[in-house]
Design a protein around this ligand. Structure first.
Ligand code: FAD
Length: 382
């Protein structure tokens, strides 16, 4: 029997993870990416054990260890008075409990580790600078067309092409992503600039009326990453590289309790980026015949549980497992989406609910803060 061949559209964290899990399951992969040299821009990612477990199983533990930061805990705090609302240990206890670590990674570092691993495998061919413009299938083959006119054929096609997925639009029709009314500011600061602020090696989530602020260390503690989320109707630019007006960020968060105010002061005004947050409701179907979707292409998720990339990595593991166990590709894809849809929908919906919860005002915020330790205790016992 000849080696089965898959086309994967998109070399983001989802597409690369899928290329690696499928290659290890005996597939030959052609990974097609529109950018010339794909990379992730500067920002952090929290990678929880459900996803780090998959990355470790791909043999990436050592490479990740060299660039990760291990947080001690996640602390939630009130932005009104600085009070600690809850603390969830993330360090050794997480590893003992789930058999895998909770990692903080620079996106570029994680992407680089995945890309390097893909380049080292002979079964994976990377075709970059190649925008896919057409996807077609019949009962026995799939094909895609690249903007330069080149055509590729295979047994299976996975659309890992992000929130504005062409593969998704081809299968299920074009539909705009919805603007969530939230804008995220993000920046990365050398930790040396914040030494006097004495910020612990934990992730912190500060809750304020209509806004929240997250900070954590990256790259073995050399960098501090922050994400500042505000509500802002009518500004809908979705780009990792859109510069924001530092003054706006300062006006919104400059008077929050330390260390938030210190982080804002230390941020480089020329390197503060602003990103309009979009999502989509859960989809009733992901696959058709020999084509399916993965990652943000089928379940774009607000970052308010830090699970979007983690879900893409989980997808990759489950997809490979389904294809390993079944010779019939359409059946394996249906099994994959059946195993994944409920879980990813729950994460999408809870992340959306968290937007509301994190931004409560007045009495609702007071009641939330009062209940927080009990809520966190219940979560920890789950
Ligand atoms: P993408 O990263 O969008 O990759 C899609 C790829 O497809 C791109 O490389 C693109 O160039 C390519 N492509 C698109 N169209 C075509 C085409 N036609 N032809 C060829 N190539 C194409 N998740 C976490 O798990 N933890 C976190 O802490 C976290 N924090 C976040 C913070 C913020 C502010 C945001 C916005 C998101 C965060 N996420 C987090 C979510 C996470 O970033 C995404 O879920 C994840 O990056 C999605 O990966 P993907 O590979 O599915 O899609």
């Amino acid at each position: 029997m000849s080696t089965p061949h898959a086309l994967i559209v998109g070399a983001g964290i989802g597409g690369l993870s899928a290329a690696l899990t499928l290659a290890r399951s005996g597939w030959r992969i052609t990974l097609v990416e529109q950018t010339a040299e794909p990379s992730e821009v500067g920002a952090g990612l929290q990678i929880s054990p459900n996803a780090s477990r998959v990355l470790l199983s791909l043999g990436l533990g050592e490479a990740l260890e060299a660039c990760a930061c291990h947080p001690l805990a996640l602390e939630m705090r009130s932005a009104q008075n600085g009070r600690l609302l809850s603390r969830m240990p993330l360090g050794e206890s997480m590893r003992q409990r789930y058999g895998a670590p909770y990692l903080h990674l620079h996106r570029a570092d994680l992407h680089g580790v995945l890309l390097q691993a893909a380049r080292e495998l002979a079964q994976i061919e990377c075709v970059f600078n190649a925008r896919v413009i057409l996807v077609e299938q019949n009962a026995s083959r799939v094909s895609l067309c690249i903007a330069n006119g080149r055509e590729l054929q295979a047994d299976l096609l996975i659309g890992a092409d992000g929130i504005h997925s062409l593969v998704r639009a081809t299968l299920f029709g074009a539909e705009h992503a919805r603007f969530t009314g939230c804008v995220a500011w993000r920046g990365v600061i050398p930790a040396s600039r914040l030494r006097d602020a004495d910020i612990p090696r934990s992730a912190a989530l500060w809750l304020g009326p209509g806004a929240h602020f997250v900070h954590y260390y990256l790259r073995r503690g050399e960098l501090l990453n922050f994400v500042a989320v505000t509500e802002c109707e009518g500004w809908e630019v979705e780009s990792w590289t859109q510069k924001g007006e530092y003054r706006e960020l300062f006006d919104e968060f400059g008077d929050w309790p330390a260390p938030v105010s210190r982080i804002i002061e230390a941020a480089d005004p020329a390197a503060c980026f602003k990103w309009a947050l979009f999502d989509r409701p859960p989809m009733p179907q992901w696959s058709q015949g020999r084509v399916s979707l993965l990652g943000d292409a089928c379940h774009p998720t607000l970052p308010f549980m830090a699970q979007g990339a983690a879900m893409a990595i989980e997808d990759a593991a489950v997809l490979a497992s389904c294809l390993r166990r079944s010779a019939a590709i359409p059946g394996a894809l249906l099994e994959y989406e059946q195993l994944r849809r409920a879980r990813t929908a729950e994460i999408q919906n809870t992340s959306r609910d968290n937007k509301r919860r994190y931004h409560y005002r007045g009495a609702a915020a007071w009641a939330r803060d009062l209940a927080m330790p009990a809520l966190q205790g219940a979560l920890a016992r789950k």
